[in-house]
Design a binder for this molecule. Structure first.
Ligand code: FMN
Length: 361
């Protein structure tokens, strides 16, 4: 069967199925897998599925505005393309293809330092709001070089991912003997990442006070407080999509304590298991300012290159707008925790449990 033209994807599940057909087993397991027992992966979905909606009716929702802003810059949805190493193993053009899709649709991209092409080429590929995320694999001078290059190439903020003090055991990759080319050639440098502490955050803020700093991988109120004390500009709640510490809380379950601690002083972003429009609406109703897409972005790119990712974002947007309207609000700003209730999940959680009609290819 020929692959469908991307406009023929009418549901997100069709995008997942097309990606599955296109990707060889190694990149597929790298994309979808998590750490060890993948309990954190499942909890990401379980936590989202444990939130139900309390809709309001008869509120004139004939005009819905689902736009958002990131660091003062407008976006078509409160979503960002989360940082993603090895995008080049999923689609031709790698990070540049993702940049083109983000620009075409109108959401920001966060580029990972372990992704090809590098920060200069990706910046040149498309005009969009972009952030740069670094895995620290060198000394202070090495880090500062990335900060300056990101700043000089129009990135709006710098991100340190801090939930990777140790590289986890990704058992799907181990069992499949999948050796990621970018890890095989990246050299070691892992000791720099394990050696990170709040001292480096302080050093960054002292040295680059005008280049906003995002800390990705916060999962507790205690660390949210540390981030505030160190002048961090955005707190990004994440468990790396369940790919690092196994047996963590679902991301959206950790979100309320972080939001409470942040107290509106800085924006809080979140990712982990967000696959559907309703998922985004839940996080924003809790108080997050934006949601990152990880796997779904990779699936869209694998399914149809930049056009596949744009199509995934369009379908998400459609779902978001329907959810907002059915909740009786016309914009994200009107959402409150009053629109939410806790409920027992109706689905067995899993990396693809948001897609109940998935036909295993
Ligand atoms: C294949 C893959 C590669 C990733 N690479 C990075 C990375 O280089 N840097 C980073 O901060 N996070 C990375 N992440 C984590 C994502 O940024 C994000 O936190 C996670 O995917 C969100 O969960 P989701 O995939 O369920 O949406 C990666 C995730 C995946 C699936």
């Amino acid at each position: 069967m020929n692959a469908p033209h991307v406009e023929e994807f009418l549901t997100l599940q069709e995008i997942v199925e097309a990606a599955r057909r296109k990707l060889p087993p190694g990149p597929w397991s790298y994309l979808v897998g998590g750490a060890e027992t993948e309990t954190t992966v499942r909890r990401n979905r379980q936590a989202l599925d444990s939130i139900a909606f309390r809709p309001r009716v008869l509120r004139d929702v004939s005009r819905i505005d689902s736009r958002a802003a990131f660091c003062g810059r407008p976006a078509r949805l409160p979503r960002l393309v989360a940082p993603f190493g090895g995008l080049e193993s999923l689609a031709e053009g790698g990070a540049a293809a993702a940049a083109r899709a983000a620009a075409q649709f109108g959401v920001p991209q966060m580029l990972s330092s372990v992704c090809k092409p590098g920060l200069e080429e990706t910046a040149a590929a498309a005009e969009t709001t972009r952030f740069f995320q670094l895995y620290v694999r060198g000394d202070d001078a090495w880090t500062d070089d990335f900060v300056r290059r990101a700043r000089d190439h129009g990135y709006s903020a710098f991100c340190l991912t801090v939930d990777v003090a140790m590289y986890s055991r990704r058992e799907r990759d181990l069992i499949g003997r999948f050796i990621k080319p970018w890890r095989a050639t990246a050299g070691d440098g892992a000791a720099f990442q394990s050696g990170l502490s709040w001292k480096q955050v302080k050093r960054y803020k002292d040295k680059f006070p005008d280049f906003p700093l995002i800390i990705k991988g916060i999962a507790t109120a205690e660390d949210a407080r540390m981030a505030l004390e160190h002048g961090v500009d955005v707190i990004y709640v994440s468990n790396h999509g369940g790919r690092q510490l196994d047996h963590g809380l679902g991301s959206v379950a950790a979100l309320p304590e972080v939001l409470k601690e942040a107290g509106g002083k800085v924006p809080v972003w979140v990712d982990g298991g967000f696959m559907r429009g309703t998922d985004v609406v839940k996080a924003i109703a809790l108080g997050a300012k934006a949601v990152g897409i990880g796997r779904l972005c990779g699936l869209g790119l694998a399914a149809g290159g930049p056009a596949g990712l744009v199509r995934a974002l369009e379908l998400l947007e459609d779902e978001v707008r329907i959810a907002l309207g059915l909740l009786g609000v016309t914009s994200f700003a009107e959402l409150t925790p009053q629109h939410l209730a806790t409920a027992a999940p109706a689905t067995e959680p899993g990396v693809f449990s948001a897609f109940p009609h998935l036909r295993e290819p």
